[in-house]
Every structure is written in structure tokens, then in C-alpha cells.
Design a protein around this ligand. Structure first.
Ligand code: FEO
Length: 404
């Protein structure tokens, strides 16, 4: 049974939320057993209703039904498209068909060229300029261009007076929160790990644009009392909580003492070295977060990227495999360097059979992406006592680095 919620955020603004529990891989990529919500909004004015975004296409029937509980679709005068990704635009073709294409679609100029190819429709479109305002039925909508949160055409809407910021992807998160709103500190605390995972996987590549957007809102004097994103919780009790958390993640502030270990081990050589790493870390008072690729375990890449986002340091273990880095770690490194931009210190541990390949390749990939590799410890086959001493010394170097 799909969860659907329609509720009044303010006297004139409805939220329409669907809980997507069918999705397993967001964007066919990110493992999200916790699910995700799509939040659309409807503003009622004396000159017609204004729809902000919609739901993913698989929920079109449900969206139309939910929308009809709060508005006659032919009374929708404007549709605001903050972002063209289909998790927010998938249901729009049916909305506009049932509306008779009377509504004018407002979006950023870059989005205007996408409707026919992405959605197969040619609605009336007005490209809004950054800072443009729409005055309608006693309400003012101010459009703020916020590129790369999460595509280049993305914008937000601020409604002065109600002081609501409709922020689309930004200030959103994964999971199906039990409530629509940030009802308590516990609700927020339970939600934030899903926000971190969402920021790491979806926005990580564009992380610098979070700070730029927040600075822009500040300069415009926009201080929302309600932050209404297109995914996850609506913040109306502590709107600053979600903004501050986004800013913290974007500025690369790490959790003190948090160290992530990831490794692959086919027959136990890398595994033995990593056991020495973990023992040494524990001896020094750390509780590392460990991710393994072995013949009985396989990691969830989304959770790994999420944990790296706010860790202080990283330890990577991988063997040489067919003259290259072990394939699953190679893929993990591709994602890591695309999503994590904070230049964290790393220790590399690697085993080889005939030639030292993986260690130098990992070093090149990581240093090229701005990570600080403190040491690469390589050994042939199973590590011996000397190798394990080098591994422990590498852990000391890593700890020294984060203590600075
Ligand atoms: Fe939620 Fe970038 O779409």
C-alpha cells in the first residue's frame, strides 16, 4: 500500500507527498532500502491555483487522484517546474492534459528546451529570469536560480509573507519520514543520516553549489520560516536545522574520530592486513566503520559514500587483479572521486601476486582527485610480520595526519 499524504502546510499551501517504497535503486544506481518521498505543492490564490512540481511517472494515477482532492485541475493557472528530473516532472503530462493545457509553465530558460524530448509535451512556457517575481491573486512568488542543485536548470521559489521556500532537491533527503514535518528533535535526528546519504550520492559531485545557494539566499535577505523540499521532511519548526546540516556537509566538516575502512579480499591476504589495521585503530581508541567485499559479503555503495562524506580519514585495501585494481574497488574509486571533494587523508593497503600494480594505480587516482595518501603498503601474497609492522606504522601516520 503506497503512502499518500495531502496536508495544509499553510492556510493556502497544500503538500502532496507519495512514499516510494517500490524503488530499490534511486536513479537506477543508489541503493535506498529506506525509500524516498516525492513532494509536490499546490498554492491556492484568488486568481487560480499554482502547482509546484509533481511525482515520478509511476505514481501518475495516484498524483491525479490526490490533486483532485484539493483542486479542479482546470483551475490550475500556473505550473512551476523547479527541476526537470523525472522524479518531479513524470506526472506533469497527465496533469496538463487534464488541465486542457490552459496552465502556463514557468521554469528556467535551460528547461524550456526539454519538455518535448523529456516529457513529450509542448505546453505554454515562460522562462523566468533569476529574481523574477510573479504576482498573482494576492501572492508573490520570487524565483531564485540555484544551478546544479541538482541540474543546471534548477531553481527555487520563495513566497514572501508566508515565508515558505520551495527548495526542490536542495534541503531534501532519502527515507520515508514517519511525519510530514520536523515535529521533534528525535524526528530530525533519525532523518539526518538519510540526508547525508542523499547529499553524498545525488549532490556530492556539485557540493560547492550548496554554499553558493545558501550565500545567495542570505544576500537576498531570504529567511524562510518553512523549508518545503521535493524529498523528505518539511522543516517548519527548525528550518535552520536542515540548512545548517547541508552547510556542514558541504564545508567538509568531519565527525571527530570517524574513520572508514573499505577493502576487498579474495583469499584473505588483504583481509589479514586490514585486521591489523582495525586492531591498531581500536588500540588507539577509534571505532572504524568497516565495509567489505569478500566471498560472503558485498557492500552497499551508497552507504559507503555516505559514511565517507563526514569521516576524518579513509583506509582502502585492494589486491592487484588482472594487471589492475580489483574491479569492485576500481568502480568504488570511480564513484568516490566523483562524489567526495573534501581531500581526506587515506592509507592504502595492497596485495599482489607477480607485479605491484594496484597500489600505484590507487595512489594516482586518489592524489589526482585531491585526497592525501599518507602511505601505500604493498606486499606479495599473505603479509608477514614485517608487512604488518608497516601497516601499523601506516595507521600511525594516518592518525598523526588527522590529529593536526
Ligand atoms: Fe529529485 Fe534531481 O531530482
Amino acid at each position: 500500500m503506497v503512502g499518500i499524504f495531502v496536508d495544509k502546510v499553510t492556510e493556502s499551501l497544500h503538500v502532496l507527498r507519495v512514499d516510494d517504497i517500490k524503488v530499490k535503486f534511486f536513479e537506477a544506481l543508489w541503493e535506498i532500502p529506506e525509500g524516498i518521498t516525492y513532494n509536490a505543492y499546490l498554492l491556492h490564490t484568488s486568481e487560480g491555483a499554482i502547482l509546484f512540481d509533481s511525482w515520478k511517472h509511476v505514481y501518475t494515477d495516484e498524483f491525479i487522484e490526490a490533486l483532485k482532492t484539493v483542486v479542479d485541475l482546470r483551475d490550475i493557472a500556473y505550473v512551476i517546474v523547479h527541476h526537470m528530473e523525472q522524479d518531479h516532472t513524470g506526472s506533469l503530462p497527465r496533469v496538463l492534459e487534464e488541465n486542457g493545457f490552459k496552465a502556463e509553465v514557468l521554469c528556467h530558460m535551460l528547461a524550456t528546451r526539454m519538455f518535448s524530448r523529456f516529457l513529450g509535451i509542448k505546453p505554454k512556457i515562460h522562462a523566468v529570469k533569476d529574481g523574477e517575481e510573479l504576482k498573482v491573486g494576492g501572492k508573490v512568488l520570487k524565483f531564485i536560480y540555484t544551478p546544479w542543485l541538482h541540474w543546471p536548470e534548477t531553481m527555487m521559489t520563495f513566497i514572501p509573507g508566508d515565508d515558505v521556500l520551495l527548495s526542490c532537491d536542495a534541503f531534501g533527503g532519502y527515507s520515508i519520514p514517519k511525519t510530514l514535518y520536523d515535529e521533534s528533535d528525535n524526528v530530525i535526528a533519525e532523518y539526518l543520516p538519510h540526508v547525508r546519504k542523499y547529499v553524498a550520492t545525488v549532490i556530492g559531485h556539485y557540493i560547492n553549489y550548496i554554499g553558493k545557494a545558501v550565500e545567495k539566499l542570505d544576500k537576498l535577505g531570504i529567511k524562510p520560516k518553512i523549508i518545503a523540499p521535493a524529498h523528505g521532511l518539511i522543516f517548519r519548526n527548525k528550518p535552520e536545522a536542515i540548512v545548517d546540516y547541508y552547510v556542514k556537509l558541504a564545508s567538509g566538516i568531519a565527525e571527530k574520530g570517524k574513520i572508514v575502512v573499505v577493502y576487498s579480499s579474495m583469499y584473505g591476504s588483504v583481509g589479514k592486513a586490514i585486521s591489523a589495521v582495525i586492531d591498531k585503530l581500536k588500540e588507539k581508541g577509534f571505532s572504524p566503520v568497516v565495509f567489505r567485499f569478500t566471498d560472503t559479503e558485498r557492500i552497499n555503495l551508497s552507504d559507503f559514500i555516505s559514511d565517507v562524506m563526514d569521516c576524518q580519514a579513509l583506509i582502502i585495501g585492494a589486491a592487484t587483479y588482472e594487471n589492475n585494481v580489483f574491479p569492485l574497488i576500481r568502480h568504488l574509486l570511480d564513484v568516490l572521486v566523483e562524489k567526495i571533494k573534501a581531500g581526506k587523508p587515506v592509507l592504502v593497503v595492497s596485495s599482489y601476486g607477480w607485479g605491484r600494480i594496484a597500489g600505484s594505480k590507487i595512489l594516482k587516482i586518489l592524489t589526482g582527485a585531491g585526497f592525501k595518501v599518507v602511505d601505500v603498503v604493498e606486499f606479495q601474497g599473505m603479509p608477514d610480520g614485517d608487512d604488518l609492522a608497516k601497516v601499523r606504522s601506516g595507521v600511525d601516520s594516518l592518525i598523526d595526519q588527522i590529529a593536526r
